[in-house]
Design a protein around this ligand. Structure first.
Ligand code: NAD
Length: 473
């Protein structure tokens, strides 16, 4: 079985590599055609995609449009609009020592890119990297997550129909198939998922010296300062946290606030949950479900012995976990040990902004950090004294909708970034190109033999140009 799978996967990787070698993927027209076709697929197959997402995650059709299909379309439109400019070679100035000459940075495609997608946004997090890799002129092997099986099967059926199947392959499967796939040589691996698997991917990539992008997760903190407007803060926190039933990599993981701020915020959080999901969120069409029994058991376990201030009910038959908020959670609580990745929001009491910064900066660097305040000075302090993949002031999660911003983590939350032109950077090699006319041959001045005269000239030149650089500063 494994052998058959291996040879089948190998054959498909070789086939897309052949397409890359033949130059199929390089012309701008081909790239734009693929992006256009991918966009058409999103429009024509919107119902089918919404259906698959409802099957896998009980996502509402509106949420699927907003947070999956719409995000991919936004990225594609922005890329189509700017691709020609992004791919233009960039002229850079040459120092006197090399002049006269012209220097350019030319972006070239890497080759065959492997994209490994996760289950939580199985359309967005498969297709945005795919679009970036194609825009940069690569052939692609896409491995969607087996934990979102309806979406995985749909992508495997649709993509070869819309895109050039000679250069784009979809290979379905779980751990066994992905392990086999990782023995192949790729030119870049783009992985989204948890840090444990990220390490496995990075080790496999190291065997071939393949560069990786690791889009990982972690506990993204929120600090609510006392000056934050409690109504909009509560609304935005509830929306950002309970979207996709909390299974969002950039969801607020926990809130830091003084006991007084938390006390003022709680009734507004309760109101916001009711406003967004009704008195009984289980009956709301807009609130999702936990992806599988294993994740449900893990999340239910986190609630053992906990007395929530809001929510807390669960139903294993439908894998429902009510939007749940727990105030006054200790830093040593199980809720604070791992990324929650579900609809449970702990509030941890701190003495103020300094204490919040200390809590955040003594933990692993998160994928995102959110600060709710009206104080610009506090924003500056957080920016200076904390490190995170992204930083949102009074708005969680929405930075990923801005294609001009890089999306990615730092430290334990990831390696590399994408979206917009950052995707082109990630999926290209920036080649240094220097071109010097044969005349005048100024280089003659520095060729050996290094006579005393020539040595003096070189020393004077270095001193002068060094001096000039100093005065330019
Ligand atoms: P997942 O279980 O779907 O795994 C991701 C991919 O890794 C899948 O395609 C899976 O088949 C593959 N995989 C799993 N085990 C493997 C193994 N042993 N060897 C090789 N491949 C393997 O997704 P997940 O990891 O459960 O996703 C949740 C995590 O992902 C969270 O930590 C979340 O924060 C993070 N995440 C990050 C982002 C981001 O953009 N930074 C987005 C979504 C999720």
């Amino acid at each position: 079985m494994t052998e058959r799978l291996t040879s089948a996967a190998s054959a498909r990787v070789s086939a897309v590599r052949d397409a890359f070698r033949a130059g199929t993927t390089k012309p701008l027209a081909w790239r734009l055609r693929q992006l256009g076709a991918l966009r058409r697929m999103l429009v024509e197959q919107g119902d089918a995609l919404e259906g698959a997402l409802a099957t896998d995650l009980a996502k509402s059709p509106t949420e699927s449009q907003m947070s999956e299909i719409g995000v991919v379309m936004g990225e594609i439109d922005n890329t189509i609009r700017h691709l020609r400019r992004w791919l233009r070679p960039k002229r850079v100035s040459v120092p006197l020592a090399v002049a006269p000459a012209t220097a350019r940075v030319v972006r070239e495609p890497l080759g065959v890119v492997l994209v490994i997608g996760p289950w939580n946004y199985p359309v967005q997090l498969a297709l945005v990297p795919l679009a970036g890799a194609l825009a940069a002129g690569n052939a692609v092997v896409l491995k969607p997550s087996e934990l979102a099986p309806a979406t995985s099967a749909l992508l495997a059926r649709l993509l070869p129909h819309y895109l050039d199947p000679s250069a784009i392959a979809v290979i379905e499967g779980g751990v066994e198939e992905t392990t086999e796939l990782l023995t192949e040589k790729f030119d870049h691996i783009f992985f989204t998922g948890n840090a444990r698997v990220g390490r496995i991917v990075a080790k496999a990539a190291a065997e071939h010296l393949t560069p990786v992008t690791l889009e990982l997760g972690g506990k993204s903190p929120v600090y609510v300062h006392e000056d934050a407007d409690p109504v909009s803060t509560a609304d935005r926190l509830v929306f950002g946290k309970f979207l996709n039933a909390g299974q969002t990599c950039v969801a607020p993981d926990y809130v830091l606030a003084t006991p007084e701020t938390a006390r003022r915020l709680l009734p507004h959080l309760r109101d916001a949950v009711t406003r967004l999901y009704g008195n009984n969120p289980q009956a709301s069409r807009d609130f999702g479900r936990i992806v599988n029994d294993r994740q449900f058991a893990r999340l239910s376990g986190l609630l053992h012995g906990v007395r929530p201030d809001i929510g807390g009910r669960t139903d294993p038959t439908t894998r429902y976990i009510e939007p749940t908020i727990v105030d006054g959670v200790g830093l040593d609580s199980p809720l604070m040990r791992e990324e929650i990745f579900g609809p449970i929001l702990p509030i941890v009491h701190v003495s103020g902004a300094d204490h919040a910064i200390e809590v955040i900066s003594t933990r692993e660097k998160p994928l995102a950090l959110y600060l709710f305040t009206t104080s610009r000075a506090l924003v500056r302090r957080f920016l200076r004294d904390t490190s995170s993949g992204a930083f949102g002031v009074s708005i969680p999660a929405a930075h990923l909708l801005v294609p001009g911003l890089p999306f990615g983590g730092v430290g334990e939350s990831g390696i590399g970034r994408y979206h917009g032109e950052f995707s082109i950077d990630t999926f290209s090699h920036s080649k240094a190109v220097l071109s010097k006319p044969s005349r005048p041959d100024t280089l003659k001045l520095i060729y050996p033999p290094f006579t005393a005269k020539r040595d003096a000239f070189i020393r004077l030149f270095i001193a002068r140009t060094g001096h000039r650089r100093e005065s330019e500063r």
